[in-house]
Design a protein around this ligand. Sequence first.
Ligand SMILES: C[S@@+](CC[C@H](N)C(=O)[O-])C[C@H]1O[C@@H](n2cnc3c(N)ncnc32)[C@H](O)[C@@H]1O
Length: 304
Amino acid sequence: MSRIPAETDAASLPQLGAIDRFKIIAKSTAKRGIDVCFASKVAVLRAIGLVDFPVPPNSRLRRTSSLTLRHYYESGLTTMMPILTAARMFGADLDQPLNVLDFGCGVARQLLQLTRNYPNVAAFACDANPDNIKHVRNAFPKVDVYANAFDPPLRYKDDTFDLVYSVSTFSHFSPDDARLWLRELRRVAKPNGLLCLTVNSTTSIDWVHRRGLHLDYTKDKLLRDGYWYQVDAAAWYKKKAEDAVTTFGSGTVAEPRPTGNMYYSPQHAKEFFEAAGLEFLALAPGVIDRMQDLVVSRKSEANN
Ligand SMILES: C[S@@+](CC[C@H](N)C(=O)[O-])C[C@H]1O[C@@H](n2cnc3c(N)ncnc32)[C@H](O)[C@@H]1O
């Protein structure tokens, strides 16, 4: 397993020249302008009755999940549905006032569908990015929302949630971070509570190859190696340096060290979850955004 790299500080970031700084400031100013145009378009769509749900700023939408408003809504539904189905299959009655946590909620792609379709649940949401949280807090006043630190612990007490779900966070955490967060999500789940988390897997590698994108790794290697953590630290540090001079939002400042793409073989996923004290219940391949698997696990009382 990889070791967690040292925390970044300003001195470890690459120096940017005047031209680079100018380009970044121009780009972030343009993003701000596009956000204003997008918000005006949404206001018109709302006025004529085509949009009846909270819409995040365009820049946050693109950064967390979707290039278009339509994709944001539809993929919110298609990613939330397998989670809700799994929760029901394994005994969570979401018509009851259960405590449900969306960890790494982004700009509420799944939370929107949860709160619309299951108004009885007590919904909680957190994300390490304060810009995302600003939108979610304003748009969902009934949801308990906060910006958590990049590292555990969360502010919740032990044994709080009947269901914890998280889409596209464990697909980016390094093995060390994934282990820390799995233990933390287990801590805040109630005994017998469910965890529905999405991961990259052999399905994701197939999907990347099918789309003709270059990936210097294969499904067979993953089945052999168990996991693969792909991280381009140099590109991450450059991005971080750019974020430091942007005039728009706080970017990725919440992340103190490089994150990348983490792939699990099904067998490794099972062992990884079990090592965190979770009962591995099911793995549904490719049900999340057509390229991630859904892992369903339980904080069994036997493992307490
Ligand atoms: C790819 S986005 C997915 C967002 C949302 N779940 C969705 O599917 O639309 C990953 C999210 O995880 C958040 N994140 C990354 N590291 C985190 C951490 N340590 N704690 C909480 N959230 C984190 C990011 O800020 C980002 O919003």
